[in-house]
Design a binder for this molecule. Structure first.
Ligand code: PLP
Length: 403
């Protein structure tokens, strides 16, 4: 194999949030067990060696030895790489001027909320959804308006169209934040679904801000549709994406927002003060898109396999838990309701007894997430299977001691 995803990189002692910053996680889960032996499946951050072309590009920047103010506007190469990526991967034509640099996907979503709503306004989310949307909305003094997704059959998450239309029609709801592909449930929205969301939003003067940071991580039989390709009228559409998740470059803080409509883009940019990109982030992003497609394809092949095996292994080792192969992302949304444990008992067993660090479902779905765990399958397959073994053993141990 050209790239070895079975080998993880030891990231301890490298200022890694996942491995070195326990305080960050303790703020989220105060008594979380995190020690040398903890298996960490709690954050969307991969433990694989980065694509070699990216490392080479970073060496070239380092060797240059001068790191003054940098601007993404100085050359067409950066935007050219994004434009070419969308042509090749999604068959979509972007225009240079539609692209606005941002320091991360959440930065782009945060600015969409700031620019298109006022404090006190409602921001629509369809939960279960990435918990940091909620914290961003609250930090900006807006209100979360939840349009809970439906599950017509287990694991099959769908929009509640009737409720969505009703919420969009309420004038104080100004922005809908869409997660596409969906973290944590793994849906990859169809063109029809996206067009319908966009139309309902447009007819009700709601801005649709689509977070597509996971768009490059979809199963081999699934196709991601960028929201701006779902319908002809793009006047209310904001698309946020980047290389962060695809190539695991979050530490380099480089993402972008694509806004085809001139007036909407002007409103987005009016008081936007994002961090400037560093020479490292520009080099990495350009090398990712221009020279690392083979690495991404190999990663996706690996994820297809490791996710399928994880789901099979879960069935075998934890028969009362249910999980389905997600259409996109490397995140598994596992339903533990078959075990009947309340959220704190489940967290105790998984985290304290099994020593696996996983985020509980309530963070992403405060109303219905009590029995869920969100597993980030961002480690080599063997590590993930070991985590499942540990959880199975811990449940056995717990059952024996409490029986
Ligand atoms: C859907 C989604 N959006 C945004 C982020 C954060 O991305 P960034 O670090 O680019 O802000 C994540 C990270 O897990 C995510 O899953």
């Amino acid at each position: 194999m050209q790239f070895n995803f079975d080998q993880s990189v030891d990231r301890r002692g490298t200022y890694s949030m996942k491995y070195d910053d326990r305080k960050y996680f303790w703020r989220l889960v105060p008594d979380l067990r995190l020690d040398e032996d903890s298996i960490r499946l709690l954050i969307a951050d991969m433990d694989f060696q980065c694509a070699p072309a990216i490392t080479r590009a970073l060496h070239r920047v380092a060797d240059f030895g001068t790191f003054g103010y940098t601007t993404d506007e100085a050359s067409d190469e950066y935007r050219g790489a994004i434009i070419s990526w969308y042509q090749r991967r999604f068959g979509v034509e972007l225009k240079r001027e539609w692209i606005v640099h941002c320091s991360g996907a959440l930065d782009g979503i945060g600015q969409s909320i700031r620019a298109f709503s006022s404090p006190g306004d409602g921001i629509i989310l369809c939960r279960p959804v990435y918990s940091n949307f909620t914290s961003t909305i609250q930090r900006l003094g807006r209100r979360v308006v939840n349009c809970q997704m439906l599950q017509p059959s287990p694991g099959d998450y769908r929009m509640d169209w009737e409720k969505f239309e009703q919420l969009c029609a309420e004038p104080e709801n100004k922005v809908y934040v869409l997660c596409s592909p969906e973290n944590p449930v793994g849906r990859v929205w169809t063109k029809e679904e996206l067009a319908r969301m966009a139309k309902i939003c447009r007819e009700n003067h709601v801005i649709l801000a689509s977070d597509e940071i996971h768009s490059d991580l979809v199963r081999s039989w699934v196709k991601h549709i960028p929201v701006i390709d779902a319908c002809a009228d793009r006047s209310n559409l904001v698309m946020v994406s980047g290389v962060n998740k695809s190539f695991n470059l979050m530490g380099l803080q480089c993402a972008y927002t694509v806004i085809p409509d001139d007036k909407l883009r002007a409103r987005f940019c009016a008081d936007y003060a994002t961090e400037m990109p560093s020479p490292f982030s520009i080099a990495a992003m350009t090398a990712a898109y221009n020279e690392s497609e083979d690495w991404l394809d190999a990663l996706n092949a690996y994820l297809d396999e490791s996710i399928r095996e994880t789901v099979d292994y879960l069935k075998k080792k934890l028969p009362n838990a249910t999980a389905y192969v997600p259409e996109g992302t490397y995140i598994l949304w596992v339903d533990f309701s078959g075990y009947g444990y309340p959220a704190d008992t489940l967290q105790y067993i998984v985290n304290h007894l099994a020593n696996v660090a996983i985020q509980g479902g309530l963070a992403h779905d405060p109303e219905q997430g009590e029995h869920y765990l969100r597993l980030c399958l961002t480690s080599p397959k063997a590590v993930i299977l070991e985590a499942i073994d540990r959880i199975a053993r811990a449940i056995e141990e717990y059952e024996q001691t409490t029986r």
